[in-house]
Design a protein around this ligand. Structure first.
Ligand SMILES: C[S@@+](CC[C@H](N)C(=O)[O-])C[C@H]1O[C@@H](n2cnc3c(N)ncnc32)[C@H](O)[C@@H]1O
Length: 237
């Protein structure tokens, strides 16, 4: 079982902490961690519906939520949804906890580790939306195997998504955009919902901004917002 003092890594390559947390944030994280963090079962699947007290209509999952700006906005706009967020970076999780505290959000749960560990514990066809927003591009060729969007993770995402569910991915990195499209377009479990750049250079109204999108804008980089739909299992079978 994982707790705040015993965070174990698996396939996560980024940093887990930058500067020390402010005393107030550290106190808040300690207070909220036992209530809002997801504890994986020793074996078997996670009883994900029991995580929430409001019997959510759907469960959404955000992989690498950073400081949680997007997750917070989605949780506020969609109180009937239960949102799971994965982020191994403690300063990011602390940012989300600050939002939970300020906005009094009860439909959010976080997992402070590699998303793959949580996804492996989720049942088939349990998730209605997955977000991967501005994943680390790992630009050096020898680091490409670290990219979160990869065949192995897409297989798991495909397994946990319901038929017709959405996978939303954003990036400001040209090479990673090509990489993402190549992997998803060759994957018959997904169809891309766009017919040209005029669709994917614009973020829809129900797609809140993130910190990294803001950084990209300030640096003059265009972002791509791509939505893929999980194809129906019946059609494929
Ligand atoms: C470039 S940041 C983007 C953060 C945020 N989505 C945004 O747009 O502002 C990528 C984030 O993904 C997280 N990340 C990387 N690999 C991950 C993994 N395997 N599971 C969960 N989060 C991961 C990193 O810790 C980092 O915070």
């Amino acid at each position: 079982m994982k707790n705040l003092e015993n965070i174990q890594g698996s396939r996560f390559y980024g940093r887990r902490q930058s500067k020390p947390l402010k005393k107030s944030s550290a106190t808040r994280l300690k207070k909220y961690f036992p209530i809002y963090s997801v504890v994986l079962p020793e074996d078997g699947l996670l009883d994900y519906q029991k995580l929430f007290s409001h019997n959510p209509d759907e469960i959404w999952l955000e992989i690498g939520f950073g400081k949680g700006e997007h997750l917070k906005e989605q949780a506020k706009s969609n109180p009937h949804i239960g949102i799971l967020g994965c982020e191994p970076f403690i300063n990011g999780v602390s940012g989300l906890v600050d939002h939970i505290h300020k906005e009094n959000l009860s439909n959010v749960r976080f997992f402070m580790d590699d998303a793959r560990l949580l996804m492996d514990a989720l049942p088939d066809a349990s998730i209605s939306r997955v977000f991967i927003l501005f994943p680390d591009p790992w630009p050096k060729k020898r680091h490409h195997k670290r990219r979160v969007v990869c065949a192995g993770n897409l297989k798991v995402i495909s397994r946990i998504l319901k038929d017709g569910a959405e996978l939303r991915i954003a990036t400001d990195h040209q090479d990673y955009r090509r990489w993402i499209l190549a992997r998803l377009l060759e994957n018959s479990d997904f169809t891309w919902q766009a017919d040209g750049p005029e669709n994917w250079h614009k973020r829809s109204a129900d797609w809140p901004a993130t910190r990294y999108e803001q950084k990209a804008l300030e640096a003059g980089r265009k972002s791509a917002y791509m939505t893929f739909i999980r194809t129906s299992r019946k059609q494929v079978a």
